[in-house]
Write a protein that binds this ligand. Sequence first.
Ligand SMILES: [Zn+2]
Length: 363
Amino acid sequence: MKSLFSILLLLLISCACESKKELKQELKKEIIAEKIPEPKEDTIWIAAVGDVVPGSDFDRIALPPDEGRTLFTDLVPYISKPNLAFANFEGVITGCKCPSRACKDKKYCYRFQIPEYCVDRIKEAGFDFLNIACNHLEDFNAAGRTFTLNKLIEMGLEPAGTFDRPCTVFERDGIKYGFCAFAEFYGCVGLRDSVKLLKVLRETVAKSDIMIVSLHGGAEGPKYRQVTKEDEVFLEHNRGNMYSTAHLCIDNGADLIIGTGPHVVRALELYKDRMIMYSLGNFCTYGPFGHHEYTRHSPLMQVAINKKGEFLEARAVPTKQIDRGIPRYDSSGLAIKHLKELTKLDFPKGALKIDDDGKISKN
Ligand SMILES: [Zn+2]
């Protein structure tokens, strides 16, 4: 009798737990539904996140559990529902059997080799176009760069950012999107090479309806959260001026600028009715990274533009990396707080208003 009572009690407890779990899931769905914009005919929604290194099987090996199947889960609707989604792919894909680049100092040397199954997860989550112009593009020399570019194309993604392919044009729902990616690193078109940059940018603008530019630059880490409006030198290397390059690109036909590279969030700016996101921080950097307050939390941006490329509104969905680098919805909203503080600090007379819930509108 006593054991029967125990079983009944256990059943009651487990039922209560189940319903609580369901309720929690329902609530979560509601939050998500409220945050995901409904596509409208005259509006283009573009999602964008910062650095994505979902795992590396080289040097400081770190691979996500279950081949990365739990990497993006609750964030998938935010990524897949907008018309397009961007990520900064920071590394080389495993499999080219290319020699790795030499390290000057092992302490500061990071070489990323990302397994193909991690790229599958990126594609499955709904990302469409990727920046590959970055300081890790040459981790396995020129052969690794070419291998990665070709592999991403073969897997149905739209990469840009190598010296041979700084730009691409692709079509979605009858709209031609131009996409250029620049970074002041070997194998890429640099921010300081304005002749080449403008040449390829103008050629791409002429072929597209909407022009998106990715800039990878700036110094790295929590000490470098502000837009300096100057050239930034980091590890003895001049990485260019993110501010003047972003403005130059808009002056020459760009409609949206997505900045990455500093591993921390930086301000937002509206220039000539076009949105500039100076740095989106780390979104999914799995492995041996310093997951500091400023490098752990980042916004998943959703930007609405019209068919002329003019800014309409945006939303910053707060995310945070848990465990060794798995991104999740972050109810603390810290990434929104950071964006708000930095935007006010760097562009005090700016045209953007950021609400506490992440809604961004014109002032
Ligand atoms: Zn980088």
